[in-house]
Ligand binder design. Structure first.
Ligand code: GLU
Length: 489
């Protein structure tokens, strides 16, 4: 049997990192099993749904590389794939009518106030609230007359009596729900729109969904859905409820923990491959315990039975580390393509003046300095800084007279270096360390300051090679001459 899964976001906000994780796990299950993954837009909440959010969801999926097999843009045999469009065909009303005629549903004319009163009374009695079902007792005549009077109504599901409801969740194991505690619930709202629980079952049923993979916050909906699958004669899919994503304080991840929308992570300069790898570890682990895995490795190892029950902490430090690992693996051309959009115009212009090869080498030289692509301007500044900025940097650097012999020795090496590549510069730096008996920091730091005006930065030998022999000689001489004029710094 072909695995058919669906990702069913509600376009009521920008794509949330947790929602993207749900999309990813569905996608992975489909890819691992050669199955099918559909995207279904659950936009029945007309007041909160927005086409801009829908576009943001599509964009996030595209960015992460989660191509869908079926959906509003992709098409497919089970469309339409937007619930608003499905509703417009009268689909949900038709299933509502079917349950009405089966006696499994009834029209409920209770107002919000009526229901509030019932709820308050239950609170007062310290009992869980369950709808009294009083409209279930209305006669056909009463119902007809209320409908004729134009009194608004919902269509409610009449929860069948009987034993408990059993859910055998792939991740959470067996869960038993007490039917008594599930009151009759709304299938069609008074505005004619289907409720979430109803639309989801009609759609999962008609779309032949075999596995429902979604957040654990939907567990309490699942017994209602199981009853509906059974009453409508659909085969009930298997369920897998993913653990919640938590903030560092172990409460549900929310805005107060920082960025939650995928757009924000993209804007911070997270690579999509890194986020893909990071997100899969939020709840899943590889059988061999390996954490850095590429897409194909993840697809081949993925299975729902390695998804954990307990909440997964979103650890930005780990994401940052992982992103750095992915950045360091990029070749210079790809790195350049990723970095450029994160640079201000003036820096792009300054770098382009270095010529294509040096520009690429400059960007490549900062690979080890980056956690986020947004860190790039800070480290590339060394290649575009003006003379005044360089001199100011040297003056405030804390370079001392004891550093000058090192700088002078290095000047000697540079002057006689005929190839002037990062390799020749590296060996010059190495020989200064060897001859002086100083440690690496004591040699690198003053030289870095003397060529760049900065105390830290990208690979020193690469910086020096990219700056070019004449600039470097000019700067080293300036630093040394300044010392002889001022007698100290
Ligand atoms: N539209 C629901 C949500 O965004 C989907 C839940 C489900 O997958 O059934 O939470």
């Amino acid at each position: 049997m072909t695995v058919r899964v669906r990702f069913a976001p509600s376009p009521t906000g920008n794509l949330h990192i947790g929602t993207l994780r749900t999309a990813l796990f569905n996608w992975l299950l489909a890819k691992h099993t050669n199955g099918v993954v559909a995207i279904r837009i659950e936009d029945t909440d007309l007041a909160r749904s927005d086409a801009a959010y829908e576009e943001n969801i599509f964009e996030g999926l595209r960015w992460l590389g989660l191509g869908m097999d079926e959906g509003p843009l992709e098409g497919g045999a089970f469309g339409p794939y937007r619930q608003s469009e499905r509703n417009a065909t009268g689909l949900y009303a038709q299933y509502g009518d079917r349950l009405l005629s089966m006696g499994q549903a009834y029209r409920c004319f209770c107002t919000d106030q009526d229901l509030d009163q019932e709820r308050q009374a239950a609170d007062h009695r310290k009992q869980p609230y369950v709808y009294s079902g009083k409209c279930k007792g209305l006669s056909d005549h009463e119902v007809r007359s209320k409908v004729d009077q134009g009194i608004p109504y919902t269509i409610k599901f009449s929860v069948p009596t009987g034993g408990d409801i059993h859910l055998s969740d792939i991740i959470r194991g067996d869960i038993v729900f007490d039917r008594q505690l599930i009151g009759d619930f709304v299938l069609i709202k008074s505005d004619g729109m289907p409720s979430y629980n109803f639309a989801v079952v009609v759609d999962d049923g008609l779309m032949n969904v075999t596995h429902v993979v979604r957040g654990e916050d939907h567990i309490s909906n699942t017994p209602k859905q199981i009853m509906l699958f059974e009453c409508l004669g659909f085969s009930t899919p298997q369920f897998a409820h993913l653990p919640m994503i938590l903030g560092p304080d172990k409460s549900k991840l929310s805005k107060r923990h920082g960025a939650t929308s995928v757009t924000d992570y993209k804007a911070q300069g997270i690579l999509s491959d890194a986020l893909f790898n990071y997100l899969v570890l939020l709840g899943w682990s590889s059988p061999d315990g390996q954490e850095l895995l590429n897409r194909d490795e993840i697809i081949s190892r993925f299975s729902l039975d390695r998804v954990s029950k307990s909440g997964a902490v979103f650890d930005i430090k780990k994401l940052k580390w992982m992103n750095g690992q992915y950045i360091r693996r990029l070749d210079s051309e790809v790195l350049q393509r990723h970095v450029m959009p994160f640079l201000p115009q003036s820096m792009q212009h300054g770098l382009s003046e270095l010529g294509a090869d040096r520009q690429r080498a400059a960007i490549y030289s900062i690979r080890d300095n980056l956690d986020f692509l947004t860190d790039a301007p800070e480290f590339l500044d060394v290649y575009v800084m003006g003379d005044a900025e360089f001199k100011l940097g040297v003056e405030s650097s804390g370079i001392t007279t004891s550093d000058l012999p090192t700088i002078s020795q290095f000047l000697g090496c540079v002057e006689t270096d005929t190839v002037f590549t990062s390799t020749s510069i590296d060996s010059a730096l190495g020989s200064i360390i060897l001859n002086s008996g100083l440690n690496k920091g004591k040699v690198f730091k003053p030289i870095r300051i003397a060529v760049s005006g900065k105390t830290s930065g990208p690979h020193l030998a690469e910086v020096i090679a990219i700056l070019g022999k004449s600039v470097v000689i000019e700067r080293l001489r300036w630093v040394l001459s300044r010392q002889s004029i001022n007698g100290g710094m």
